[in-house]
Every structure is written in C-alpha cells, then in structure tokens.
Design a protein around this ligand. Structure first.
Ligand SMILES: [Zn+2]
Length: 125
C-alpha cells in the first residue's frame, strides 16, 4: 500500500482526479470550450492515469470540501501534461485555482505569457 501523495501519512486508498471529473465531463461535452482541440471522450479521460493521484479518502474529502488544499508540488509530472492537453490554455488557471503553492511545471504551461507586456493575450479564466 502506498501513502497518500499529499504527505499526510495516511494510506492511499483512493485515486483523486486532479482535473476534477465534473470538469472533464464539461470539457468533453463542450466543443466550443475546447477551442476546437481534439480530446478523447469522457470515459477515456476519467481513466487516464496521468490525471490520477493516490490519496487517502478522508484526505480527498477534505480537499473537495476546501479544508485541505493539495500543493502543486505533490502532483506528478504527468498531470501537467494531461492538463495542458485537455484544458489547453486554461490549464494554468485551473490548476492554480485548485492547488496551492508555486511550481515551475505550472509556470511552463503558460508558455511565458505571464512575462508578456500584453497580458490580455493570455487566456486566463
Ligand atoms: Zn493526505
């Protein structure tokens, strides 16, 4: 048995969807929201292991309730790749809004747009 990825020390008995299931459902069903990008159907998205984080169920409940916020640093590299692929330019804001701290892997998703002098070209929703 592996330990919860957040570092709380409990046994991981669940897989947390880093990009939440409701978000995956919306992206999969919304052609406009995808900006024309091709992504797999919802059933495939929720099974994509790149988006799964092994956690303790009590810990995951607390995360969704907002009393525990997982730090970006505990997310595997694969999550950033998955989020960029599925959420496109909104991946940065999505992860930023739900996970805490700073992470260079997240900064990389912006393609340097935070450094641009015209931030209106950034898609941050
Ligand atoms: Zn935990």
């Amino acid at each position: 048995m592996s330990a919860c990825m957040c570092g709380c020390g409990r046994t991981a008995d669940r897989k947390h969807h880093v990009v939440y299931r409701d978000k995956l459902s919306r992206v999969a069903s919304d052609d406009a929201g995808r900006g024309g990008r091709q992504i797999p159907p919802y059933k495939a998205l929720i099974k994509d292991r790149r988006n799964l984080l092994k956690v303790a169920s009590s810990c995951e409940r607390a995360h969704h309730a907002g009393s525990v916020v997982y730090p970006l640093s505990c997310l595997p590299d694969s999550v950033f790749e998955f989020a960029a692929e599925v959420l496109g330019p909104t991946a940065f804001a999505y992860l930023r809004g739900r996970y805490s701290g700073e992470d260079s892997r997240l900064e990389a998703l912006t393609d340097g747009c935070l450094q641009q002098t015209h931030p209106s070209s950034c898609v941050v929703t």
